[in-house]
Design a binder for this molecule. Structure first.
Ligand SMILES: Nc1nc2c(c(=O)[nH]1)N[C@H]1C(S)=C(S)[C@@H](COP(=O)(O)OP(=O)(O)OC[C@H]3O[C@@H](n4cnc5c(=O)[nH]c(N)nc54)[C@H](O)[C@@H]3O)O[C@H]1N2
Ligand SMILES: Nc1nc2c(c(=O)[nH]1)N[C@H]1C(S)=C(S)[C@@H](COP(=O)(O)OP(=O)(O)OC[C@H]3O[C@@H](n4cnc5c(=O)[nH]c(N)nc54)[C@H](O)[C@@H]3O)O[C@H]1N2
Ligand code: SF4
Ligand SMILES: [Mo]
Length: 763
């Protein structure tokens, strides 16, 4: 390939457009990585409507990692103590198909589980749903999005009657007040933050409020930073609502016409006077009042949130309570307003569209809804009743199924649970017990490959064609521009081949990814996420397209953006009778929601706080999050020199007062202990963290550190509605390692990892 191509960045949910060109230079002068592989050139795509040419360090360096430490061939072993041996695809497929048949007969269909990822393309997601939920009749497909987005999904569904973030990035530049809660946008959604920050800097009247126990890069530039104690978000939000009520700064007309359930909420917020709330949250009363003032005085309020809200044992309640504020003040459905959940992974949104969690079905449908099941059964040509009405095993319940012996086949793809799941002591022990684990990844080794019986090499970004949807519902085409290494294959092709070998030849008769996408978009017809007007061809021709986009929509150039030299599209609608709420950049502009009566629903939740609050024995709250340069478990970013220099090692942030009390100096090695496990980090003393709270990054698994695995400490207690675990907080004690008696710090199952390291394939 000699020309450049346009695609989307495969890291975060901002979904920046990238332009990729072949490695510069020829022969020996070619630009190469440390292993001698030519490096493709990546720059921001100026024509992408979401990012307008901007990229962060991760997008800019992505191509430096794509040839390093790749898994190239299928590999098999009979037990985890044996080395892998290379096999043909044919042998690997036969083994998997035999196992599926065996498990169906001996365990029942519930014994089969797949754990996928928001890093799948939509095509991968769709085929996996058809295989598991359709053909095998088991809803045991869950994704790492359970650890990431599920509270936002549940919150939108319950408050608005459907999933779907109603806002768009343009709202960042149209708001009067940005309320950022539980999100370190500057480091984790850098280009969203750039757009907001530029506008905020330029317009004096625009306010930025950041709610985070840490003074992050995001909080540093806010007009108001509320460093609440972890887990007190509902107190704060109810406290703001209390003041808005007291000041009568509420939109009664909107509430009367467009919502229901307010009286029950009004009863709840009575109990949240400022004194109580400030004390519980650990903030000043005047700061609380200031936050409520900004809400009251702003014509347009936009809230942004991510893991500080979602990863909580009351995640859905947090999300819904935030939505309450928007409903009270009529801040929804208008430019510059709305509750905007920032999606973490590049295609977390596509996963939701394709039904990629254990309780949902493609096209924003749910497993429990009989009509939805019937629609999908009919679409897939299945017998009525083939799709199970019972939600499948969520991520943690797949682990529990291994513990109890009910799961006979676990198929993991595009995620690294041996680092990212909560309570790694239990997770690893369960994985060790798994009778049969298939692991489909692009890289080798990862921490999870140590627990696999079969490794399947996946083609990654740039090596397969497909689509991804970003936080603002913009779908971008990601064409293949290079060959996969060795025998690696696209995820969807692997799933489809297994489907065909199980006898579902008609169901998986796809010539290519375009055919998969065409079938998938048809299943969205008439739904909120209608994408029947989007196709690979149109995306390739016109560039990124936002949904809803039914095939009755006419593509029109959006004048406001094309004047800025950016080419994006608005849609006009031909068929007024179609059940589509809205065509264009925002959802719910007619203020009718997807509930039965069109009204949005207030939620009435009291604050419950953390599932594992600190006590005398475990006096600190540990919170775990991300750093600007690294991506999750480092399979890519750990191999990029510039990023490794930026963040060379793990650390634990602690407040100077706590450090002094514990006699810990900067750089001292400390051991954190929770009720479940322990891990060690050098101390970083900083006022950026609230007292009694400590922070460690999530990025260092067993392959990248000796013993700084954050999730050895965390617990699996989850939100009862969304089943999203409280990965953001657990109770810990802190001990200076110098004060500990000498002992070996052998990690659980470290020997396994070492053995897999030793047998690195000669690739
Ligand atoms: N650089 C980088 N960017 C990424 C990723 C990455 O790995 N690296 N991953 C992507 C993914 S998948 C995701 S999900 C997103 C995550 O994006 P974010 O959610 O922004 O990232 P986190 O650092 O996990 O958590 C955000 C903040 O929540 C705060 N927090 C902790 N507990 C509480 C609480 O009780 N209340 C409140 N209000 N805040 C709390 C933490 O202090 C932290 O600063 O990032 C995406 N972008
Ligand atoms: N304590 C704590 N734990 C957390 C979090 C936290 O904030 N705190 N955050 C949680 C969240 S929000 C998330 S999203 C998870 C992320 O956790 P993981 O999903 O485990 O992290 P990644 O490193 O992104 O793993 C993605 C894997 O997919 C592989 N891969 C990349 N592209 C492809 C492809 O096209 N096909 C295939 N088959 N493989 C591919 C990569 O090599 C990598 O091994 O961690 C969760 N865990
Ligand atoms: S902001 Fe996100 S999508 Fe954009 S370049 Fe950075 S990692 Fe990629
Ligand atoms: Mo995530």
């Amino acid at each position: 390939m000699s020309e450049s191509i346009k695609t989307v960045c495969p890291y975060c949910g901002v979904g920046c457009g990238l332009t990729v060109s072949p490695p510069a230079g020829t022969g020996r002068s070619t630009h190469r990585d440390g292993e001698g592989n030519p490096i493709w050139k990546t720059i921001g795509d100026k024509s992408h409507p979401s990012s307008q040419g901007m990229v962060c360090v991760k997008g800019a360096t992505i191509t430096e990692s794509i040839d390093k430490s790749r898994l190239k061939y299928p590999m098999i072993r009979d037990s985890l103590s044996e080395p892998f041996r290379r096999v043909s695809w044919d042998e690997a497929f036969n083994k998997i198909v035999d196992r599926i048949q065996f498990v169906r007969q001996n365990y029942g269909a519930d014994g089969i589980c797949m754990y996928g990822s928001g890093q799948f393309q939509t095509e991968d997601y769709y085929i996996a749903q058809k295989l598991l939920k359709g053909c095998l009749g088991i809803n045991n497909f869950d994704a790492n999005s359970r650890l990431c987005m599920s509270s936002a999904v549940a919150g939108y569904m319950q408050s608005f009657g459907s999933d779907g973030p109603p806002c768009c990035y343009e709202d960042l530049e149209l708001t009067d007040c940005a309320f950022l809660i539980g999100t370190n946008t500057a480091e984790c959604h850098p280009i969203v933050f750039n757009r907001l920050r530029k506008y905020h800097k330029k317009h004096q009247h625009v306010k930025m409020i950041v709610v985070d126990p840490r003074c992050t890069k995001t909080a540093e530039v806010a007009d108001l930073h509320l460093a609440i104690k972890p887990g007190t978000d509902i107190d704060l939000l109810n406290g703001i609502a209390h003041l808005l009520m007291r000041w009568n700064a509420i939109d009664t007309l909107f509430m009367d016409e467009c919502t229901k359930g307010f009286p029950a909420y009004a009863e709840v917020i009575r109990h949240y006077p400022p004194e109580t709330v400030a004390r519980r949250c650990g903030i000043r009363i005047d700061h609380l009042e200031q936050a409520a003032r900004y809400w009251a005085d702003s014509e347009r309020v936009l809230s942004l949130w991510s893991m500080g809200m979602n990863q909580s044992s009351e995640g859905t309640a947090k999300v819904r309570t935030l939505i309450n504020l928007h409903l009270m003040t009529g801040n929804v459905g208008k430019p510059g307003t709305g509750p905007f959940s920032l999606t973490g992974q590049p295609n977390a949104m596509g996963g939701r569209e394709a039904g990629g969690l254990a309780h949902i079905l493609p096209g924003y449908r749910t497993v429990k809804n009989p009509q939805h099941r019937a629609e999908i059964e009919q679409f897939w040509g299945l017998n009525p009743g083939q799709i199970s009405p019972i939600p499948g095993r969520d991520a943690w319940n797949q682990i529990v199924g291994l513990e109890t012996g009910e799961v006979g086949l676990l198929w993991i793809a595009a995620t690294n649970p041996a680092v990212s799941m909560p309570d790694l002591v239990r997770t690893k022990a369960a994985l060790l017990k798994s009778p049969f684990t298939v692991y489909q990844d692009a890289y080798y080794p990862t921490e999870t490959s140590a627990y696999a019986h079969i490794l399947l090499p996946a083609a990654q970004w740039g090596e397969k064609t497909g689509t991804m949807t970003n936080s603002e519902r913009v779908v971008t085409f990601c064409p293949q521009f290079r060959s996969p290494p060795g025998e690696a294959r696209p995820d969807w092709e692997i799933f489809a081949e297994v489907g065909r070998r199980l006898g579902f030849t008609r169901e998986f008769n796809f010539a290519n990814a375009t055919a998969v996408h065409t079938e998938f978009t048809q299943i969205t017809r008439g739904r909120l996420c209608d994408m029947t007007g989007i196709s690979h061809e149109k995306l390739a021709e016109f560039g990124p397209i936002q949904w809803p986009c039914p095939d009755t929509a006419l593509l029109q150039e959006d004048e406001s953006t094309s004047r800025m030299g950016i080419f994006s599209f608005l849609f006009s609608h031909r068929d007024k009778d179609k059940n589509i709420t809205h065509i264009g950049k925002r959802l719910y502009t007619n203020l009718r929601f997807k509930t039965n009566d069109g009204r949005a629903i207030f939620a009435a939740y009291h604050s419950k706080g953390l599932a594992e609050p600190p006590n005398n024995e475990y006096p600190f709250v540990l919170t775990v999050g991300r750093l600007y340069g690294h991506w999750h478990t480092q399979t890519r970013t750990g191999r990029i020199e510039k990023i490794v220099k930026m963040h060379p090692h793990p650390f634990m942030e602690i407040h100077p007062r706590d450090a002094a009390k514990l006699k810990i100096a900067e750089g001292d090695l400390v051991e954190l202990r929770s009720r479940r496990g322990k891990a060690r980090f050098p101390a970083k003393i900083t006022k950026a963290i609230a007292p009694h709270t400590v922070f460690v990054p999530m990025h260092w698994g067993a392959l990248w550190s000796n013993d700084a695995e954050a999730n050895l400490l965390t617990h699996h207690e989850a939100c009862p509605t969304s089943l999203q675990p409280e990965l953001k907080a657990c109770a810990v004690q802190i001990l200076a390692v110098s004060a500990l008696p000498e002992e070996t710090t052998e990690l659980p199952h470290q020997e396994l990892l070492q053995s897999s390291e030793l047998m690195k394939m000669s690739n």
